[in-house]
Design a protein around this ligand. Structure first.
Ligand SMILES: Cc1cc2nc3c(=O)[nH]c(=O)nc-3n(C[C@H](O)[C@H](O)[C@H](O)COP(=O)(O)OP(=O)(O)OC[C@H]3O[C@@H](n4cnc5c(N)ncnc54)[C@H](O)[C@@H]3O)c2cc1C
Length: 447
């Protein structure tokens, strides 16, 4: 892994993980570590800053948001990767790349050349890899901009909260968030859009916008971090170019409404990881690697759309505010609330595996088995046949697929074949039918 920065950043962008990412950590045996460093909050219904209670029976064993700073998430994943033997090289900036039928050659800023069989560009929204590939990044430039300041305040918390509550009575989203050491995070709408968003705002700019919004600047001082972010929304035209793939912000950018960007990137990586491993280990069926784009591109397109919708609804214009109030009323219907939560937390995703059972293409939630929890059996990142009949077999694929004969009170299908990312590839009870599906995901059988 090549990273241009010599040291990890101290700046916290994402404050937490959504349900599907929490499940992903559970499926790889990392959940305990994450829970030890995070705080659980009720998932609640939220869309465009309207909040509602969590609906009953959300389809997950983890119906909460895990508050954990992005810096901690990155540290825990770095530790895990290092334990698995990943060589993490900091201070290495990729500046060039070329590929042929057998691999990719990358060039670093210090003129070093490295060769690999595949390359994944996870190098953020301004991705060098994407630009070098010439992959288009269509979408809209920023039309709205917000200023973010992590600052200390000169007023007591009661005053701050009272003023913030007063501001919110006008249906304006405003919630100064306390951080450790008396530092608060403020987000205020900027007056216009900066020409160069890499130039941070000044403290005076933040104060001026606070005064315009709240009638006071709370005496903010001693900024720890000042930045600006906009609603630029873009999606890479393709996620795969030969042996080079894109993931995370390199593939998609959108405003942070609903807190989805980091989560989307984690889930891209979870979709891609086992497919690349299958290629490298020589058993990947034809088209498996292409399915990364087919499955994940529409997911990102949907996230871009819901952030576009939320941005519109957060506009201070009276028409937008009226639509937002109407949506907040609709969210009192449990099914509407549930639909929006499943969207934002990414547990509602269904990949298109064709017609079939309602579980097909969806990730299976963690269920209790006689011998324990399903997700505990998936830590190795292998396929899994959950067989409640005891009559099926994965002979020929046993090196790639675990056969678990067990029963669950939470599962009303005879058997289900799970991919290493937990998505359901087959449901049924017929061995011949199963044999027709195994090669599609797990390649040719071995004797
Ligand atoms: C204000 C704000 C709030 C946010 N809130 C949330 C939230 O609540 N929830 C959420 O899920 N997401 C949130 N996000 C989004 C989230 O932070 C991003 O989606 C996430 O960081 C993307 O991760 P990434 O690894 O794809 O890219 P990045 O985090 O941008 O990482 C890219 C890495 O690549 C390195 N790099 C770049 N170029 C090169 C090169 N040429 N060679 C080598 N290394 C290179 C960079 O140094 C960097 O370390 C927020 C973002 C902002 C700005």
């Amino acid at each position: 892994m090549l990273e241009k920065e010599a040291e990890p950043t101290k700046v916290v962008r994402s404050p937490g993980l959504h349900v599907r990412s929490i499940e992903v950590m559970d499926q790889r045996g990392l959940l305990e570590r994450f829970l030890a460093h995070g705080q659980q909050y009720p998932v609640g219904g939220f869309f465009a800053a309207s909040t509602k209670p969590t609906p009953d029976r959300l389809d997950t064993a983890h119906p909460y948001i895990l508050g954990i700073p992005q810096t901690t998430t990155e540290r825990l994943l770095t530790e895990h990767a290092t334990e698995l033997g990943v060589d993490i090289r900091r201070g290495c900036e990729l500046v060039g790349l070329s590929q042929d039928d057998h691999g990719v050659t990358v060039e670093l800023a210090d003129d070093t050349r490295l060769r690999s069989r595949y390359l994944v560009g996870c190098d953020g929204g301004r991705s060098t890899v994407r630009k070098l590939l010439g992959v288009g990044f269509p979408g809209e430039p920023a039309r709205v901009e917000w200023l973010l300041g992590e600052v200390e305040v000169a007023v007591p918390p009661e005053t701050l909260n009272a003023v913030a509550a007063e501001v919110r009575t006008n249906h304006v989203r405003f919630g100064p968030a306390p951080h450790e050491d008396g530092v608060y995070r403020f987000v205020v709408r900027a007056e216009g859009v900066a020409e160069d968003r890499t130039v941070p705002p000044t403290l005076e700019e933040v104060k001026q916008r606070l005064r315009a919004l709240a009638g006071t600047d709370f005496g903010v001082h001693s900024p720890r971090w000042l930045t600006r972010f906009g609603d630029a929304t873009r999606l890479a035209e393709r996620y795969r170019t030969g042996r080079v793939l894109l993931a995370g912000d390199a593939a998609h950018i959108h405003p942070p409404m609903g807190g989805q960007g980091l989560n989307l990137g984690i889930q891209d990586a979870f979709n891609l990881g086992w497919k690349l491993a299958a290629e490298v280990n020589g058993w990947a069926p034809e088209a498996l690697l292409d399915s990364y784009h087919t499955e994940r591109h529409p997911v990102a397109a949907a996230v871009l759309d819901n952030t576009r919708a939320q941005t519109e609804l957060l506009s201070p214009e009276p028409g937008a505010q009226a639509v937002r109030r109407l949506l907040a009323e609709l969210m009192d219907f449990e099914e509407v609330n549930r639909y929006l939560i499943e969207k934002i937390t990414a547990i509602g995703i269904r990949y298109d595996f064709g017609e079939g059972h309602q579980l097909l293409g969806r990730r299976m939630r963690d269920v209790g088995l006689k011998r324990g929890r399903l997700y505990d059996l998936m830590h190795g990142g292998r396929g899994l046949l959950l067989d409640q009949t005891g009559r099926l077999s994965v002979a020929g694929w046993a090196d790639r697929v675990d056969h678990v004969v067990d029963v669950s009170e939470e599962l009303d299908v005879p058997a289900a074949l799970l991919r290493p990312d937990g998505h359901v590839a087959w449901v049924g009870e017929d061995q011949t039918d199963l044999l027709s599906q195994l090669p599609k995901w797990f390649g040719a059988p071995v004797n």
